[in-house]
Design a protein around this ligand. Structure first.
Ligand code: HEM
Ligand SMILES: [Ca+2]
Ligand SMILES: [Ca+2]
Length: 301
């Protein structure tokens, strides 16, 4: 009853090539759509399951909620949907397009590929008030773990999936508070002191809070393990990211994802990321006769 690889094999064999070509062509003119689409899929799956509820336009929909205001890549999904409606009308869900586009975004940034099970149906509900279960950048590791385990994802999945921050950027407004007066004695002490001036220069106290800074310093366009090395070195940008290193329950996973195979404890980040993505992409999916196949991704039928 769940999703399966090759769900559209008979009904729309071109689906994967249409989505990947569309992602590639948008990526070549604007590389920021890769992190945009990956994050969008995560924010879709955590609210009402992976059902494209994030794509619905209108008043008080998920899109209008705080954590979703800076999402990007909606036009890529609309473009792919248009082509798919021409090739196989009424067949491919917007939720599946987004799941495929997230994978193709990792491939575009030279990460490892994985097979994406399909067969999701699109939801009919999108409410900004449902977005409170999305993790926040000040969340403790306990809260992060709770929010992930509520969706069937364990600690290893948490660390692997947050590894998505190996690409993309954050606005200064989400971490600038760590750089000055974080405590009575000064900046967040978990920040590498030799790195601090660089961040302070990028995000001065009264500067532009919307200015964007790499989440993985010096490697924002490459889907690699550098993000974990940066965490080890006190170079995490978000408070929630740096805590993955300071917390004793998540640090071992950061260590294991950082290096290439290290004996029996070694975990390949690229492989584990794909595995955890398949789990995340199956959160509360609607299949069979549930939901609908939207004709336009930004509106319910
Ligand atoms: C504890 C969990 C997480 C928290 C608190 C968190 C928080 C954030 C924040 C605050 C930003 C900056 C947004 C902006 O300024 O536009 C961000 C960016 C991003 N997040 Fe996460 N995130 C989490 C987990 C994840 C997961 C699981 C994924 C995907 C699998 C993900 C993918 C991304 C990507 C790719 C970006 C860069 C977006 C861009 O460049 O447009 N995040 N995240
Ligand atoms: Ca959703
Ligand atoms: Ca990187």
């Amino acid at each position: 009853q769940g999703t399966s690889v090759g769900f559209y094999k008979r009904t729309c064999p071109q689906v994967e090539s249409i989505v990947s070509k569309t992602v590639q062509s948008h990526f070549s003119s604007d590389p920021s759509i890769a992190p945009g689409l990956l994050r969008m899929h995560f924010h879709d799956c955590f609210v009402q399951g992976c059902d494209a509820s994030i794509l619905i336009d209108g008043r008080n929909t998920e899109k209008t909620a705080g954590p979703n205001l800076l999402l990007r890549g909606y036009d890529v999904i609309d473009d792919a949907k248009k082509q798919l409606e021409a090739a196989c009308p009424g067949v491919v869900s917007c939720a599946d397009i987004l799941a495929l586009a997230a994978r193709d975004s990792v491939v575009a940034t030279r990460g490892a590929s994985w097979q994406v099970p399909t067969g999701r149906r699109d939801g009919r509900v999108s409410l900004d008030s449902d977005t409170s279960n999305l993790p926040g950048f000040t969340d403790s590791i306990d809260v992060q773990k709770q929010k992930f385990s509520a969706k069937g994802l364990d600690t290893k999945d948490l660390v692997a999936l947050v590894g998505a921050h190996t690409i993309g950027t954050s606005a200064c407004q989400f971490f600038r508070y760590r750089l000055n007066n974080f405590t009575t004695t000064g900046p967040d002490s978990t920040i590498d002191p030799s790195f601090l001036p660089r961040l302070q220069a990028l995000c001065p106290p009264n500067g532009d809070g919307s200015r964007r800074v790499s989440l993985d310093t010096d490697s924002q366009n490459r889907f690699d393990t550098s993000f974990f090395t940066n965490l080890r070195n006190g170079r995490g940008i978000l408070e929630s990211d740096q805590k993955l290193w300071t917390d004793t329950s998540t640090q071992p996973f950061v260590q294991r994802f950082e290096g290439p195979i290290r004996g029996l404890l070694g975990l390949r980040f690229d492989f584990e990321f794909g595995k955890s993505m398949v789990k995340m992409s199956n959160i509360e999916v609607k299949t069979g006769t549930q939901g609908e196949i939207r004709s336009v991704c930004s509106a319910i039928n």
